[in-house]
Design a protein around this ligand. Sequence first.
Ligand code: SF4
Ligand code: SF4
Ligand code: SF4
Length: 353
Amino acid sequence: MKKGETMSEASAPKKKLKIAVDHNLDEQVKKKITVDAQIAGRNEKGKIDFAELRAGGFIKQRQKDKFTVRLKCPGGKMTIEKLKKVVEAAEQFGSDFVHLTSRQSMEIPYVDYHDFGPLMDQLKEAGQEVASCGPRVRVPNACGGCEYNPNGLTDTVKMADIVNKRFFGIRVPHKFKTSFSGCPFDCIRSTTADLGLMGGVFPKWNEENCTGCTICASACTEGAIEAHPQTGKPIFTPEKCLYCADCVRACPTYSWTAEQTGHNLRVGGHHGRHPVNSTVVARFLTDDEAVTAIEATIEWYKKAGEGKGRIRIGNLLQQEGMLADYMAALKTAIGPAKLVNNPVLPEKITVAR
Ligand code: SF4
Ligand code: SF4
Ligand code: SF4
């Protein structure tokens, strides 16, 4: 080992490194990453192209030669078998910890760029892909959803997996994050995602078996159900309903049932220096309709944002005529029945000081 040389440099293979970035990055980025890796992370001017590496999920750290490698965990789910292999890779090429990001990705910090090749080989063997950054469709995240969460109304993790396979990495004007929440508790904060899908149920009351026990009125914390003063039977105010299905779960005689169940679709939220909430544009979408709506939204965003620089979809929708144009695109994709009439964009865009 030469003086001043790191362990990784000493053990780095003499042959040029090649990283296979085989997710849905556009050809230009894919090529650049491969070229950079082949010349040990440096471009033709001898400088590492950090921006392009970042786009492929290799994020430059403060420390010399060190990168954080971001791994894909769609819906926050990873099998234990894969997790063990990722831990092995992290032990070999990273430090003594991993980092779990705010959007459910797992990151391996302190990877020396000379080790990209062998690390990628090991991750590939484990079936583990690398996530991406930059202006593209990001890995979707999700709460536990209906598979095991008692409040869950939609299969959020399944949807995150579908969306990841179909749309991950597509180039768009700015970052584009999709979040699936299983119910209006919104543990995953889908209301501040570029595209948020929240599980919901529209309840329907059948008087036949109702005993007037008033349990549903007590269960509804939104004030959407009041007990009739004489009969105890429910008086429903749909405008106050949050679609949580607590009444359906609470009723001992099954007098409340789910008339509609599905994803309530929101668009245009984001965090950052100027956080903004999203706007509800469609209700009770089936899984298939939700995928179609997501595809239509991505296509619209790509087209409408062309030539406008790095602009989040929420900011694009604030421009004159854009919301109507988007709603027309959505109508073409999923039909008019489930669209929200006259959706209202948030007036307030907060400044995070
Ligand atoms: S949003 Fe609802 S379904 Fe999802 S984790 Fe929270 S309570 Fe459970
Ligand atoms: S779905 Fe939830 S908010 Fe709506 S009426 Fe039932 S309990 Fe109330
Ligand atoms: S909980 Fe069911 S049975 Fe009791 S008042 Fe409500 S609808 Fe009727």
